[in-house]
Write a protein that binds this ligand. Sequence first.
Ligand code: FES
Ligand code: ZN
Length: 258
Amino acid sequence: MFRRQDRVLVGVSGGKDSLSLWQGLVSLGYQADGIFIDLGIEDFSLPSRRVSENFAEKIGRPLHVISMKKELGFTIPDLKNRTQKYCSLCGSVKRYFLNHLARKLGYQVLVTGHNLDDEASSLLGNVINWHLKYLARKYPVLPEGNGFVRKAKPLCRFTAFEIREYAKRKGIEYLEDRCPLSPEATRLVYAEVMDQLEEKMPGTKLRFYLDYLRKAYPIFHEKVEDFMEKPLTVCEICGEPAVSSPCFVCRLKEEFKA
Ligand code: FES
Ligand code: ZN
């Protein structure tokens, strides 16, 4: 996924996955720093930020904190007042900042704490809906290029249960709370279905995910260009890779100024 000497940036949310990942990397001797994006969600962003900052202090590594309000002039609740698609836009804004900052600050790789439960349930969702463009790019390590930094999900083989146990044993203080704004209804259904399958047939999650990586991903990935809706371009304002220019973040920024 990355080399020992790479500078690693960890996307930190204050939850068990990202903090365990950060702790694990640092204890293995990686130069891993954190990045936290303050989305401006009441009763959620502030405690998450505090937990992340305390953790950074405890392990003695820098944490970059990005305030959405400061950077863009609006928050996720502001976005929610304007559009029903705020949750998927929130995901895109986070990905935008992670890439933008990782590039700007010279990190070689950006890692996130996605676990096996996340990966298996989102894979199930992608298969049920035949989201070919996602299936063609769903891999735990994506190489750098075209304005993107390398991305990796080092915890993709560990279950949420295993990570929770790890966090407990290491004495990591994390937030259990989920974002109060995210509807997540369909995502939870896929997660429940995967849990039921796992209960009846232990090992299903890991097999489903790993067999996809070994057997199905190469077939979908070969056609990745065909599944892309549009070739990528570069945003003329911020310089980030984008589907059209100005990119969606620069457009939103303008809209909120108006
Ligand atoms: Fe994005 Fe909740 S974390 S909408
Ligand atoms: Zn832009």
